[in-house]
Design a binder for this molecule. Structure first.
Ligand SMILES: Nc1ncnc2c1ncn2[C@@H]1O[C@H](COP(=O)(O)OP(=O)(O)OP(=O)(O)O)[C@@H](O)[C@H]1O
Length: 230
């Protein structure tokens, strides 16, 4: 497999004043590009913190995260440069219209075809007729569509999503989940989603449940036969 994120004996906690908040202990996990992975678990168990570690945005207190590309170890920066992100609160720039929000990561990389590519992705998420609209002129579901287009426009190896359907009604959540999983599948993007939704979990190739500082693979009927927990 070409690109892999590995967690080896990763433990994490936060110290606030004199109190230690323990999240997980000696956790092992393998995330491969080209597959979708859902992480579930009760509130406060450390799902978002785990996502940040997997994405190379936060260092674990102990253990290690390794990103390899065709068996070569790469830096966390290299991982971040080939990753896209989707958040519960969308995090679009309010002063930019939909098209320019999508084009932004490409413009920051100096891509001369940023607008052209953003337009393609605006169409992919079904919003070509809203290109000039700013985030406050879009519904929550439409804003999330723009955020998904922004995450995929750079053709990333991985997209990390933190509760992407958490702020949406049931029908819109279903449509957004459909869109994310189909974008990931069509573009062969590794997709890692933290969710409270069983529906989202059921669509992933691999689903994991976090509890009491551990992570376990959940068997979902359609899931691939080989597990990723190592
Ligand atoms: N930067 C931080 N500093 C201190 N404590 C933190 C920090 N980030 C997270 N925590 C604490 O770690 C615990 C786990 O947080 P995290 O957001 O990872 O959980 P979660 O499982 O994603 O929760 P939820 O499902 O409610 O979003 C929480 O108690 C939180 O307050």
């Amino acid at each position: 497999m070409s690109q892999i994120i590995m967690l080896d004996d990763v433990s994490h906690h936060f110290k606030i004043n004199n109190q230690t908040i323990s999240l997980f202990n000696k956790l092992n996990l393998k995330i491969s590009a080209h597959h979708s992975h859902a992480i579930m678990g009760p509130s406060g168990v450390g799902k978002s913190s785990l996502l940040l570690i997997l994405a190379g945005l936060e260092k674990p207190v102990s253990g290690k995260m390794t990103f390899t590309d065709r068996d070569c170890i790469k830096t966390e920066l290299a991982l971040r440069q080939c990753s896209g992100f989707v958040f519960q609160q969308f995090h679009l720039l309010p002063e930019l219209d939909a098209l320019n929000n999508i084009a932004l990561p490409l413009k920051l990389k100096g891509d001369k075809h940023a607008i052209e590519k953003a337009l393609f992705w605006l169409k992919q998420v079904g919003l070509e007729y809203r290109s000039k609209h700013k985030p406050n002129e879009l519904s929550g579901g439409e804003q999330q569509r723009v955020a998904i287009a922004r995450a995929f426009v750079t053709q990333p190896s991985f997209v990390f999503a933190d509760e992407p359907t958490g702020n949406l009604d049931t029908q819109t959540a279903k449509e957004i989940a459909d869109l994310m999983f189909s974008c990931a599948k069509i573009n062969k993007t590794g997709f890692v989603v933290v969710t409270h939704s069983k529906d989202v979990c059921d669509r992933a190739d691999f689903c994991y449940e976090m509890s009491h500082g551990k992570i376990n693979k959940v068997n979902v009927q359609h899931n691939l036969k080989q597990g990723s927990v190592v």
